[in-house]
Every structure is written in structure tokens, then in C-alpha cells.
Design a protein around this ligand. Structure first.
Ligand SMILES: [Zn+2]
Length: 460
């Protein structure tokens, strides 16, 4: 080995040591109460053995193992790492027009690294990215060069001209007619598809770039300029085209959908997860149950502070849409509490580190208020853990174990928390304040953060 490569090897070892403590092959959490991600009460006075990156033993009797590192929980709560069901690490400008006009790849990439670190240090050990990035950041995290959650990327959003996936300015030439790409198109964040052939081509391109599932924009949205939220953007045949490609990969389609027409059409076409799903009701529930489908919803849509979010307040079209949408979605929470669908937690933040920490903390708080702490915690752990696994044995990057549960055989993605989150959800960061919340450096009551058997935080 020459001197230069020796130096770079040393530099590499030093920098990786700074990121995470080197894994002990065995770690024991002793004296913990367990929230397992599924049950509505804690399993009291337990001991948990981690070998390499898996949970291998859970026992009410003390566990001993040679050379194991011991973490004495002293009656704290051990729970699964949190899972973001629908986020956008690469969408880190202040709004969609801002991302289109003012941010080049370099700034978006650097900011996504900061967002990934912030997500992990807020307890999110897995992240389903709902569009806007391929597998580049994920690969950098999995290889240990960058710290962040496990990522299930969706690649570029797929939607037709003028849809929620169309970030262009009014004067930007059309991709389909003129062959000129928007910045979103050039950066691989969005893929305009106005025909069944184009939908299939966009989906295949995403899988080629490392997507684990496909994201389509099948109805209008709020944070974009040209699409009324009432728009049903894709026909059943068009949605079936996306599902056909996903099926061929053993994977699935997640679909941005608001209206009841759109929700039912998606389920008919074989879409497995409904995103936002604000017009969820009894009929949608019946179909979801038949098809074993999931939905995820951003609870901030029901926050009194929604209008202050920069992606909305900076875009007059969005501000107007947000007001009518909130009025139209008034039955959502009652219906969710009545039918209890397979509901995944999602924050869906577009923005930088500070804004997204504020939004995540407020989302957890709202969810606890609206649907209760237990349903919220389940949605953030075991429900999202089952949902991400829809990407199938072949494409699932983390196929060797379960996520979102404290169970023998599950990945060792764990949080050790002061207090009981089932009783008081602020112990995992929930905050009643949104835009008034002060900057924070992690969450003080989150004492240990472990991902894949490695400890990223330990303040015991
Ligand atoms: Zn989204």
C-alpha cells in the first residue's frame, strides 16, 4: 500500500468513527418496558439482546452474553425507530416554484444530506420517499458515508401535463410537445407522462434508477400551481399502466389522491397505497379492506396554522386551494376514527432542516390529538413497517427482517425514551407549536437512537 492510500484509509476510518460508534456484535438493553409497535400497552420489565443488526432475544429474565455491551434502560421505554411513510428529502427548497427556479442539483443534494441526518437524529430510522429522488442518497447512507434513515425511494413523480407533478412556470415549454425538460425533469424529480406509453416508460426509468415503488400524481394538489385539487388527473386505464409495470417488478404503486372518485379509481386499478386520501369514507374503506390497501395522511392539512406554511403562503394559487380544501375535507377525521383503516403516518415536508423538524414535531402532536397516541404510534411504526414491505422481496433493500416492530428477527432499529409515549406523545418530539417552535438539537427525551444495530445517539 502506498503512502497516499494509507492516508486516505486512515481518513476514512476516522470519519466513519465520527458518524457512529463501531457496532459491538452484541448489545443488551436491560430493564426496559417495551412498546412493540403493535400492542396498546407496554410489556413491562424486559431485556433485549441485539446481535449484529437484528433483535435475537426478548425475555423477562435477565440475558447474559459474552462480550456484550450493556445498556441499562432503568425503566425507560424501548420502542421501534419511527418510519416516515411519505416524505421528500430532496424537495428541500421552500416551495415547488422555488425548487424549480432557484435550486440547482448541488444545493438540493447538500440540503438532502442535512435533512437525512436530521431525520435520523429525530428518531426516524426508515423513510419512504414519496417522489423527487432516486437511490443516490440511499446508497450513500447504506454504505456509511452519510448518516440518515433507511430509504425506500420512489424516483421521479409521474403525472400528466398541468398535474401536481408539473413544477414548470407558466411560460416554460411543454415537455411532451417541445421535448424540453423543466428543471424538475432534468433533475429526475418529476416525469411528465401524458400517455400510457409514457407512463410505462417513466415507471421503468424509475425502477432502473433504484426506485422501490412508483409514485403517481392521480389527483390535483395544494402545493402546486396549475391543478385544482378536485382534478382527477389519470383515467383508470392510465393507472393500470403504472400498476402493470410495478407488478412486473413485484412492487406497487403509491398514488397522490384526494377526491373520492380518484380514491376508488386507484383501488380499482390495483394501487396499494393512497396518499393524503382526504375524502376517505365508508365506501373507500370497504374497498381498501377488500384489497388490503393502505393510506397515509398529512395531519397538518387540518392544522389551524396550515396557511402559514411557506410552500403555500408563497404561492397565491396554493393559498386559495388550501382554504377550500380544508373546508371540503371536514369529515376525514371522523371517518378515520370510525373505520380505523390501515393508516400510515406521514409528514410530507417540503423545505429545509429547521422547517421540516418543526413540521414533523407538529404533525406528531396533531396526530395524537386527532386519532389518539396509540393509533399514531402504531401508524409510525408497525403499520408503516408493513407498508414499505409492499416493495416486494426482490426490490426491498432491507428484505432480511421486519421494520417498525420490537420482535425477535426484526432489524435492530430502536429508540430508548424517557417516559411512556402511549401516555405522553411529547416524549418522542410532539409539539403543539408549529412555526413558533424554537430551533432544537435533537429530542432530549430520546436517549438512545439505534439503526441497524449501530448506536447514533446515547445520552445515558
Ligand atoms: Zn408528498
Amino acid at each position: 500500500m502506498n503512502n497516499i492510500s494509507k492516508v486516505s484509509l486512515v481518513a476514512l476510518l476516522v470519519s466513519s468513527a465520527a458518524f457512529a460508534e463501531e457496532p459491538s456484535s452484541k448489545i443488551i438493553f436491560k430493564n426496559v418496558h417495551i412498546f412493540n409497535g403493535i400492542d396498546d400497552e407496554l410489556q413491562r420489565d424486559q431485556h433485549v439482546l441485539i446481535e449484529d443488526n437484528f433483535i435475537t432475544k426478548i425475555s423477562s429474565a435477565p440475558i447474559s452474553a459474552a462480550n456484550a455491551q450493556i445498556i441499562n434502560g432503568q425503566g425507560r421505554t424501548l420502542m421501534p425507530g419511527l418510519i416516515e411513510g411519505h416524505g421528500h428529502l430532496q424537495m428541500n427548497g421552500t416551495s415547488l416554484p422555488d425548487i424549480e427556479n432557484n435550486r440547482n442539483w448541488e444545493e438540493l443534494a447538500v440540503r438532502s444530506v442535512a435533512r437525512a441526518r436530521s431525520a435520523l437524529m429525530s428518531g426516524f430510522t426508515t423513510w419512504r420517499d414519496a417522489g423527487g429522488m432516486g437511490a443516490g442518497l440511499k446508497k450513500s447512507i447504506d454504505s456509511g458515508e452519510v448518516i440518515g434513515p433507511r430509504i425506500y425511494p420512489s424516483g421521479a413523480f409521474i403525472g400528466p401535463t398541468g398535474s401536481h407533478a408539473d413544477f414548470r412556470n407558466f411560460t416554460t415549454p411543454n415537455e411532451t410537445f417541445n421535448g424540453q425538460l423543466s428543471a424538475g425533469g432534468r433533475l429526475g424529480m418529476s416525469c411528465t407522462a401524458d400517455s400510457i406509453g409514457d407512463i410505462k416508460a417513466c415507471a421503468r426509468q424509475n425502477y432502473m434508477q433504484g426506485a422501490t415503488q412508483i409514485k403517481v400524481m392521480s389527483s390535483g394538489g395544494v402545493a402546486s400551481s396549475f391543478d385544482p385539487w378536485q382534478l382527477n388527473a389519470y383515467s383508470k386505464e392510465e393507472l393500470e399502466a403504472a400498476v402493470e409495470v410495478a407488478d412486473a417488478y413485484g412492487s406497487y404503486v403509491m398514488s397522490h389522491a384526494y377526491s373520492k372518485v380518484s380514491l376508488l379509481r386507484n383501488l380499482d386499478a390495483g394501487v396499494k397505497t393512497l396518499e393524503h386520501a382526504f375524502m376517505f369514507d365508508k365506501d373507500v374503506y370497504k374497498q381498501m379492506k377488500e384489497k388490503d390497501a393502505f393510506m397515509t395522511t398529512n395531519m397538518t392539512a387540518f392544522s389551524p396554522y396550515l396557511g402559514q406554511i411557506e410552500a403555500i403562503s408563497s404561492n397565491p394559487a396554493s393559498a386559495r386551494k388550501a382554504a377550500t380544501a380544508q373546508a371540503a375535507f371536514k369529515d376525514y377525521l371522523d371517518n378515520v376514527n370510525k373505520y380505523k383503516p390501515q393508516l400510515g403516518f406521514h409528514v410530507d415536508c417540503v423545505g429545509g432542516v429547521f422547517a421540516c423538524e418543526q413540521q414533523a414535531d407538529h404533525s406528531i402532536y396533531l396526530s395524537g390529538q386527532f386519532i389518539g397516541n396509540y393509533y399514531t404510534l402504531k401508524s409510525m411504526t408497525s403499520t408503516n413497517g408493513r407498508m414499505v414491505k409492499l416493495s416486494g422481496k426482490v426490490l426491498d433493500p432491507y428484505y432480511k427482517g421486519k421494520l417498525g416492530v420490537v420482535e425477535v428477527g426484526a432489524y435492530a432499529d430502536l429508540l430508548l425514551i424517557d417516559g411512556n409515549p402511549l401516555k405522553d406523545i411529547t416524549v418522542i418530539g410532539a409539539n403543539e407549536k408549529w412555526f413558533d417552535a424554537p430551533k432544537r438539537d435533537g429530542i432530549k427525551t430520546m436517549r438512545v437512537i439505534m439503526k441497524d444495530g449501530k448506536i447514533y445517539k446515547n445520552t445515558l
